[in-house]
Write a protein that binds this ligand. Structure first.
Ligand code: ZN
Length: 221
């Protein structure tokens, strides 16, 4: 059942519609290397439909018959005003706030699709493939270029990232995306994963932290 709404750090609903999720692949060098991919010369973009969204604090439900499902923890940007062919000067004012999302990825399915030269949707855009946290309002985030975050699985750190290591930083990404897809109020931008992607298992306990702002505990079902 679809039960996602954007919420703020106090748990209150944010008055924005639920839209698409625009994602970037290969935005951290160490992650590009761990999967032995090529460093992109422009952002590698893909979309998840709104039906991929699910609240992060509810159990993360894995598809059961499609092989390993990997964690990819990413900084998520909630858009509040339309961005179409935006300039670098105008993008920051269009951001409602910052959260964290999981870009769940069926890695074997994705490898097969990559080899065939096919799109990635079956691996990345399935129902509930994008568990999403609350959002911290942008004014409370000191610097978009210095956002630290982490994922622990069963009390062991698995991913630790900082937006300062992005190949394409947040504001530049929004400009680039808005030249291809108009970003509408309520859309979310996922900004790529640092290294540390690995398979999740049923009953894993996850702790997801946006440094200095929040920590969410959830589990895998
Ligand atoms: Zn990703």
């Amino acid at each position: 059942m679809f039960e996602y709404k954007h919420i703020d750090s106090g748990g209150k609903d944010i008055e924005l519609p639920v839209g698409k999720v625009v994602c970037v692949g290969r935005n951290y060098l160490q992650h590009v290397k761990e999967l032995e991919n090529e460093v992109p010369s422009e952002p590698l973009l893909f979309n998840k439909p709104s039906t991929a969204l699910t609240p992060l604090h509810k159990p993360v439900v894995l598809p059961k018959k499609s092989g390993p499902c990997h964690n990819e923890l990413e900084v998520a940007i909630l858009i509040k005003t339309t961005l179409c062919q935006a300039s670098i000067q105008s993008v920051e004012a269009a951001i409602w706030g910052v959260g964290l999302g999981l870009d769940l990825t069926l890695r074997d399915v994705q490898s097969t699709l990559k080899k065939q030269g096919h799109p990635w949707e079956r691996a990345k855009a399935f129902d509930r493939s994008c568990p999403m946290s609350q959002f911290v309002i942008k004014d409370q985030v000191e610097k978009l270029s210095n956002i630290g975050f982490s994922l622990s699985v069963n009390n062991e750190i698995r991913q630790q990232g900082n937006s300062q290591d992005m190949l394409f930083p947040i504001l530049k990404l929004l400009v680039d995306m808005s030249n291809t897809f108009t970003l509408l109020p309520g859309d979310i931008v996922m900004t790529g994963t640092p290294k540390g992607v690995a398979a999740l298992s049923v009953d894993d306990q996850l702790t997801i932290e946006l440094n200095g702002h929040f920590s969410v505990r959830t589990c895998v079902a």
